[in-house]
Design a protein around this ligand. Sequence first.
Ligand code: TXA
Ligand code: MG
Length: 333
Amino acid sequence: MNTIFAKVDINNPNLSILKKAADIIKKGGLVVFPTETVYGLGANALDEKAVEKIFIAKKRPSDNPIIAHISDIGELSSLVSEITPIHKKIIENFWPGPLTLLFNKKDSVPPIVSAGLPTITVRFPSHPVARKLIELSGIPIAAPSANLSGRPSPTNAQHVIEDLNGRVDIIIDGGPTTFGLESTVVDILNNPPRILRNGAVSIEEIRKILPNVIDGTKILNNNSPISPGMKYRHYAPRAKVILLDSKNLVQNIQNYLKENLLNKKEASLIALKPLNHLTIQQNIYKDINEMSIHLFDAFRKMDHENKKVIFVQKPAARGIGKAVLDRLEKASA
Ligand code: TXA
Ligand code: MG
């Protein structure tokens, strides 16, 4: 397939490009578009054949459900069977934005979207290009992250080209994304409500609205996480990721290099403070926020540099740090 590539100015997007992309969606094709979290690989959520193409293009396991994206609260009723008062409260506080909500699915939505589950996740992105594209399409857009399954989510169009060039109809380039991490997925159908995936909105922020929300990401049901996507190895660069505590960091890195007969050029470090007396490449971010924005990009860059091992200083599990830590733990698993 010949993939069209189109750059847009996100503050003033070229409408003819977005109309063309919306036509592709309406005709059952695949459109990669920017959102405020990561790039999405979109298709008509109400067209089974179109959604099937998503699974093929990104080699996604068929038991992993997909988020439906809307650009207007009114569109919810085409996807979900019930909107509870708690749904409404979350929507009022977090939409549009990087929070995805779980609902009971309407029977008319093709089962492939939710991988056969009775529930469906819905997200109302705040990104102007994503919103305009959904609006012009006039239908909800099913969209996972626009990476090949298992690879880090794409935070710029170059990442998408690496993974999906020739596998999709069009890639809309809106520059680097704002958050650099995926949305937070919240299940309020359960009591107590729980987070299915930590993401761009922290649990602390959600607690202000839903005081009894818990982190459900480590809960197991028949030995499997409650959200299907969490069971796969994810976010992974080709290099081995090694998570280390701050204590004795330099010593532990030097020991590892020695024991594994690794050349200094084959290793890289991701941390919040530069380490003296360590001569491997260092990627230092000024705070956890900066690290979260650039983490996936750093993983991909290190793959291009043929790094064999990436040491990461373990971030504290609070605020956005929790989402970063979850991804690092998956990447190092
Ligand atoms: O920020 C984001 O959420 C991005 C952008 C493109 O919107 N999308 C994204 O989609 O990250 P994806 O498919 O890469 O991740 C969706 C996650 C998966 O872990 C999936 O298993 C979970 O949400 N999920 C989707 N529908 C679900 C459902 N009905 N029940 C439980 N988990 C669900
Ligand atoms: Mg994904």
